[in-house]
Structures are given as structure tokens and as C-alpha cells.
Design a protein around this ligand. Structure first.
Ligand code: BG6
Length: 515
């Protein structure tokens, strides 16, 4: 693998560090939602754009009994529903024939031996050259048996010149201890450089653009520090409720589900120092330093810096929706949080005393993820004399919209046309859709392609995951120690979260941005 950036000749705009290599991708838990909604649509779109390496094959490994044909038909139906581009039947015929189904229990060693034989046949038929990607998309309780059988049957080993990589889906443990155990198991069979821990937010186009915005422009980096930035807001808001994932979500909650991974990753991209080069390790080294500099939130501090909430019944887009406790498979007395708002401080030179306000919630009025960089006010000498507060709209705000309607906008002050000098904030707006005239690839397209290319830049490294858990574990422990009853606030579905979250940011003299 080379660290030099090369243009992928197959798709304009998609820059990959190395050419994706052909392989067989074995998806464990292939009958699940992820395969249908994300993985197969992503692979189909790559095929449609001509980006898939020739011969690439997919083997679905799962417990249910079914034939290749039935499996292909199910995935075809799913692709028609979830694919970014409409499914072309002729193209699907070809793509669909590269998909196989392998029935086995996850704990049955014989099933893995049969898998090895099947993969050898696929190598012969389709020229996949012994290269493998194992994709762990089964329930997290199955990770251990899958990993140990892969290793016991030698499937983690490859012939000369071939490679075997592992992609691990979240949840990557439920705390530091379980994450460390999982890391040890993964690294028992696979080297760190062959381990790809998915955080699909890193695959989102605008998340990738954060580094470009910061380090390919002369404008921002000088201002990117405590001298010029007042505070930063990171918001991930969803209209959806828990849907059919209560089994997982009840034990996780919003802090583990979204903050430990996606939001801390975004925070790292915003806060990190410029890496020495663009290699996966240089970038991840810088991100880890940010995680290590997070001021830990412990004990009573949790009440001042973190708000947790749960949605009650309400309405979204005029439609009545039930409260979290009435959702399918949710404990009627559940204390799980579906909303978190928190204030994070980074104890390093660049970010001293700059609060990062982070909020994430389900059943909020609008779906959207964005990062707002709020600059300090200009000196109140000529024009801003009467606007000293950080809440009055006089600040320049750089907004990075991760989704939807990806883009970047800058709020500046402008004179309102007319004889008097009246000043009003206006927005300079860059939208991907308008500027580039085409839809961005889905996060999973980029990530799967990078895994085929062996480029781990957009995947979380072991130490990143563990450092993030250290930070989260303190908060979870404080909640536990003080009793979750004491610190769960409620908010009606369709509102912007509990009033306590507004108070959290207002006590600092700031206010949440309206999305
Ligand atoms: C997942 C979480 O990782 O991200 C979900 O488990 C959440 O709870 C989802 O809904 C949000 O992803 P996206 O891409 O829709 O913002």
C-alpha cells in the first residue's frame, strides 16, 4: 500500500490511496438490516459506477436456511428500495450473480471449514485470488465465536501475496473493558493494519471535507483556536425514534450509541492538529491526541456538564408518535436516554476554555447533522457596540452541514441597503448539490472501497476507540452512581429536547443554533 494519494481513475472525485483489490467479502449476519439497507446497495452503486474490482464476490454467512437464488432475490428487492441510484435490471443480473449464501451457525466450526472450501471455489471461478474481507455485522454477542472460529480454521491466514482483512461494525463494546477484550480478540487473528472498525460518519462526504476545509485553505487555520473561536456546537438530530432496535438501544442509550463514536470522531476532525502527512496513522495519531486531551467529566460535574433526556409522546411532521417507553420491546419503566446534550472542554493549548457543545437526540423536529464554529465578536468599536453577547447573532458562524443538503456556510454581518447604517447577518452558502451537480456517494460506498484498498484512514484505530470509551465511561459511571432517575429529563417527541439542555448552554451565555 502506498501513502501517496492517487486519483481513482474510475470515478472522478473519489480519491483513494491505493487501488481497491479484488476479493471475496464474507458478511456475517447477512440476513440482517445492515446488509439490506446499506452494504448491498453500496456495493451495487459501486458496481454501477464502475468502481468495483473485477471478480469481487459477496458471501452471506447466516443461520437461516436459504438458497443463493432466494438470497439474491431478497437483496434485489432491498436494493430497489434503498439504492442511491435506481437499479438497472441488466446490471443487477451481473452483480447479483456475484452473491452467494452460506448457511451455518456462528459457533459451528464445520460451517467455517465448508466456508473455506466455498471460498476456494470462488477464487477459481471468479479470480478473487485468495483475498478476503470478513465483515462482522452479526449481533455483538456473536463476535467472539466468529473471531475464534475464523482463527481456529485458519481463515484469517492467506496464501502468499493474498490478504485477509476484518471489518467490525459497531457497537464496539459497551465500555472500555469490553472494547479492550474485543480488540484483543480481533488482534489475536488479525493485525491492526488489517482491522477496519467502521464508523460510518467518517465515510460521509462532508466529514471527509473537514480536513480539506481546514488544511487546504489559507483562510481558516489562523483563526482556528481559542483566540478567535468562542465556542463550537455539534448537533446530530434525528426525527426517527428507536424503530425496531430496542433490543440493542435499551442497553446502549444515546451517549454510547452516537457520542462515543460518531460525534467524538467529528469533534476530533474539528479539533486535531494538522497531521504530518495524509497517511492513516498520522491522521489517527492526531485524533487520539484530542481524545486524550478531553477534560474528563466525573462525579457531580456530570450534572453541570451533561443532560440526558428521553422522548415522551408527541408529534413529528403533524403525525402523532408514541413515547420511547411505549415503543416495541422497550421496558415501560426504561431509564435509557434518547437525547444527550453535553459541554466538552479540551485541555490543550489550541482549545483552552473553548466549550464544545454537543447534542444528539431521537424524535427531534428535524433530521440533520452539523457543526457550527462560532467565532468571537468583532471588537465593538465601530459597529458592534451594542452586541456584546454570544447569543445575539453578531458572531460569524461557519457551519459545516454533514447532512442533509451537505455544504458549508458562513454567517457574516452586512449592511442592509438604504440610507441608514443597519447591520444584519447574511449567509454565504456552498452546497455540494449545486456546486458539483451530483449526489455524494453513500458513506458505506467509500468505506467498503477503502477496505478493499487497505486504506484505514476513515476507520477507527484501536487506541481511538479505547480513549473514547474512557471519556464515556466516566459519564456513565457518574450517572450510575447518582441513580439514573435523578438525571433523566423528558421531552415531547417533536421538540428540541429537554429544557435542561437549553439551560446547559444558556448558563454559559450561549444558545443552541436552530437547525
Ligand atoms: C447509528 C446509530 O450508528 O447511526 C443509530 O446506531 C442512528 O441510532 C444512526 O440512527 C444515524 O446515522 P445517520 O447516517 O442516519 O445519521
Amino acid at each position: 500500500m502506498t501513502d501517496k494519494l492517487i486519483e481513482n481513475p474510475l470515478r472522478e472525485g473519489l480519491v483513494s490511496r491505493a487501488t481497491p483489490g479484488t476479493c471475496a467479502i464474507v458478511i456475517f449476519g447477512a440476513t440482517g438490516d445492515l446488509t439490506h439497507r446499506k452494504l448491498i446497495p453500496a456495493l451495487y452503486n459501486l458496481a454501477a459506477d464502475g468502481d468495483l474490482p473485477p471478480g469481487l464476490s459477496v458471501v452471506g454467512f447466516a443461520r437461516r436456511d436459504k438458497t443463493d437464488e432466494v438470497f439474491r432475490q431478497e437483496l434485489y428487492d432491498a436494493a430497489r428500495k434503498y439504492s442511491r441510484q435506481p437499479v438497472d435490471d441488466a446490471l443487477w443480473k451481473n452483480f447479483g450473480s456475484s452473491i452467494y449464501y452460506h448457511r451455518s451457525e456462528f459457533s459451528d466450526e464445520e460451517g467455517y471449514r465448508r466456508l473455506a472450501e466455498r471460498l476456494a471455489e470462488i477464487d477459481q471461478e471468479r479470480g478473487t485470488r485468495g483475498n478476503r474481507i470478513y465483515y462482522l455485522s452479526a449481533g455483538p454477542d456473536q463476535f467472539e465465536p466468529i473471531l475464534s472460529h475464523l482463527t481456529a480454521t485458519g481463515l484469517n491466514k492467506t496464501a502468499d501475496g493474498a490478504w485477509a482483512r476484518i471489518i467490525v461494525e459497531k457497537p464496539f463494546g459497551v465500555d472500555l473493558q469490553t472494547a479492550q477484550r474485543l480488540n484483543t480478540e480481533v488482534n489475536h487473528g488479525f493485525k491492526e493494519r488489517d482491522t477496519f472498525r467502521i464508523d460510518h460518519y467518517l465515510g460521509k462526504e462532508t466529514a471527509q471535507n473537514i480536513m480539506v476545509l481546514r488544511f487546504a485553505n489559507a483562510l481558516f487555520e489562523h483563526l482556528w483556536n481559542h483566540r478567535y473561536i468562542d465556542h463550537i456546537q455539534i448537533t446530530a438530530s434525528e426525527k426517527l425514534g428507536v424503530e425496531n432496535r430496542a433490543g440493542y438501544y435499551e442497553g446502549a442509550g444515546a451517549l454510547r450509541d452516537m457520542v462515543q463514536n460518531h460525534l467524538l470522531q467529528l469533534l476530533c476532525l474539528i479539533a486535531m492538529e494538522p497531521p504530518t502527512d495524509l497517511s492513516a496513522d498520522s491522521i489517527r495519531d492526531e485524533k487520539v491526541k484530542v481524545l486524550r486531551s478531553l477534560r474528563r467529566i466525573r462525579g457531580e460535574e456530570v450534572f453541570r456538564s451533561v443532560v440526558r433526556g428521553q422522548y415522551t409522546d408527541g408529534s413529528i411532521d403533524g403525525e402523532k408518535v408514541v413515547g420511547y417507553r411505549d415503543e416495541k420491546n422497550v421496558n415501560p419503566g426504561s431509564m435509557t436516554e434518547t437525547y444527550v446534550g453535553l459541554k466538552i472542554l479540551i485541555d490543550n493549548w489550541r482549545w483552552a476554555d473553548v466549550p464544545f457543545f454537543v447534542r444528539v437526540g431521537k424524535r427531534l423536529p428535524k433530521g440533520g447533522t452539523e457543526i457550527g464554529i462560532h467565532f468571537k465578536n468583532a471588537p465593538g468599536v465601530l459597529f458592534n457596540r451594542d452586541q456584546p453577547s454570544a447569543r445575539d447573532g453578531a458572531q460569524n458562524v461557519l457551519v459545516i452541514r454533514i447532512q442533509p443538503d451537505e455544504g458549508v456556510s458562513l454567517r457574516i454581518q452586512s449592511k442592509v441597503p438604504g440610507a441608514s447604517v443597519r447591520i444584519q447577518p447574511v449567509k454565504m452558502d456552498f452546497r455540494y448539490g449545486t456546486s458539483f451537480g451530483k449526489a455524494s456517494p453513500e458513506a458505506y460506498e467509500r468505506l467498503l472501497l477503502d477496505a478493499m484498498a487497505g486504506d484505514a484512514t476513515l476507520f477507527a484505530r484501536r487506541d481511538e476507540v479505547e480513549e473514547a470509551w474512557r471519556f464515556i465511561d466516566d459519564i456513565e459511571a457518574a450517572w450510575r452512581d447518582h441513580g439514573t432517575e435523578k438525571n433523566l429529563a423528558f421531552y415531547p417527541a417533536g421538540s428540541w429536547g429537554p429544557a435542561e439542555s437549553d439551560a446547559l448552554i444558556e448558563q454559559d451565555g450561549r444558545g443552541w443554533r436552530r437547525l
